[in-house]
Design a protein. Structure first.
Length: 162
C-alpha cells in the first residue's frame, strides 16, 4: 500500500517538528551551552552511543511509516491516525515511537558523555509517561473503545508482556 503524497509530507513535517525538536534542536542547544559538542570521542563508548542513536532512528522511522500506511495519519495529535495501529513494532509495545526517541536521547548522552543531556533524557521520559497516562491513553480509549482496551490488555506500555 502506498502513502499518498500529502500524508507523506505531513508525516515528515511533524517528524521534524516534534521528535526533531526533542532529539536534535533541544539537545544541540544544551550541548552547545555546556561545551560538550567539542568533547566527544569515538571510542567504544562513542560507538555504543551511535548504535543507540541509529536504533532509535530506525524505530522512529518505522513507526512514522506505520502511522501513515496503517493508521492513515501522522504523529501529530492534530493529524492523528484514524485507525488503531497495532502492527509492526506496535505488536510488542504500545509506545515504540517513544522508545525510539528515548534510545536517540540516551545515545546522544552516551556519545557526548553528557550528564546534563542524561538529566534532560530522564525529564523527557517522565514527561512522556505523564502525557501517555493522562492524555494519550484516555484519548485513545475514547476514540477506539473496546479495541484499544483489548490492545492494552495484550501489549505493554513500554515493554512486551510475558
Amino acid at each position: 500500500m502506498t502513502v499518498q503524497s500529502g500524508l507523506w509530507w505531513r508525516s515528515l513535517l511533524w517528524a521534524a517538528l516534534v521528535p526533531g525538536t526533542v532529539t536534535v534542536y533541544a539537545p544541540y542547544g544544551l550541548l552547545s551551552r555546556t561545551g560538550a559538542l567539542e568533547t566527544f570521542a569515538l571510542g567504544g563508548v562513542g560507538i555504543a552511543g551511535i548504535l543507540l542513536i541509529g536504533a532509535g532512528i530506525a524505530i522512529l522511522l518505522h513507526c512514522i511509516h506505520q502511522f501513515a500506511v496503517t493508521g492513515h495519519g501522522t504523529l501529530s495529535p492534530l493529524d492523528a491516525p484514524t485507525r488503531l495501529v497495532i502492527q509492526g513494532l506496535y505488536r510488542y509495545s504500545r509506545n515504540p515511537m517513544y522508545l525510539g526517541v528515548m534510545l536517540i536521547l540516551t545515545g546522544e548522552a552516551v556519545l557526548f558523555q553528557s550528564l546534563p543531556l542524561l538529566v534532560y533524557t530522564s525529564v523527557c521520559f517522565l514527561l512522556l509517561n505523564l502525557g501517555i497516562a493522562f492524555y494519550e491513553e484516555p484519548r485513545l480509549l475514547r476514540q477506539f473503545g473496546r479495541e484499544y482496551e483489548e490492545y492494552c490488555r495484550q501489549v505493554g506500555r513500554w515493554l512486551p508482556k510475558l
